[in-house]
Design a protein around this ligand. Structure first.
Ligand code: AMP
Length: 194
């Protein structure tokens, strides 16, 4: 894996463990020559991971929409910043650059980005690994909701299983390296037809 997109909070969270893990992931990327592709911000967990990689002489590529490119938000020390016209274009640009996706703790933006990647995977438009670094069991409630979708007939188990989860960075990256996308067509799979 040469380039990974990380989606994570533009906030830092109330517990220090979230930023600590973001920094550990940054160290891992720099040590293993993995480039970070991310939203280009200098705030919250986004800033924590980007700063760590820069400090450790790794590569950081930001992809930011024009409207967020103001001083308080955009990182100015990263390797390369790509500016897109719209929020929606940013996600497409990110997906073209990376071999996989990782979500850390975050809010609406993080969920939106990771669920878009999952939706593309579900439709067979992409087959890149999608990992969740489940620091402090942050995503347990989200994962429970997904299990509920399966049991209520709105999500197929093999699509649910596309999400790779670990609290450990090495284990998560290993799962991503060996990921096999489920075989499926580009049309929406209805659960009822299983
Ligand atoms: P959230 O989880 O709501 O804090 O949103 C974080 C995600 O949305 C990040 O992965 C970014 O790609 C994007 N995002 C949200 N706010 C910003 C911002 N101020 N600057 C750059 N990207 C942002």
């Amino acid at each position: 894996m040469k380039r990974i997109a990380v989606f994570c909070g533009s906030s830092i969270g109330f517990k220090s463990i979230y930023a600590e893990e973001a920094r550990k992931l940054g160290e891992y990327f720099a040590q293993n020559n993995i480039s970070l592709v991310y939203g280009g911000g200098k705030i919250g967990l986004m800033g924590a991971i980007a700063d760590t990689i820069i400090e450790n002489k790794g590569e950081v590529i930001g992809v930011i929409p024009k409207l967020l490119r103001h001083e308080e938000v955009a990182h100015t020390q990263i390797t390369r910043m790509i500016v897109t016209k719209k929020m929606s274009k940013r996600k497409v640009r990110i997906s073209k650059l990376v071999d996989g996706y990782i979500a850390l703790a975050g809010g609406f933006g993080t969920l939106d980005e990771i669920f878009e990647a999952l939706t593309l995977g579900q439709l067979g438009i992409e087959n890149k690994p999608i990992g969740i670094l489940n620091t402090n069991a942050f995503f347990n409630h989200t994962l429970q909701q997904l299990d509920h979708m399966v049991s209520e007939g709105f999500l197929k188990q093999n699509n649910r299983d596309m999400i790779l989860v670990s609290e450990n960075i090495e284990e998560l990256i290993d799962k991503m390296k060996t990921y096999q996308a489920p075989k499926m067509s580009k049309v929406v799979n209805t659960v009822a037809s299983k």
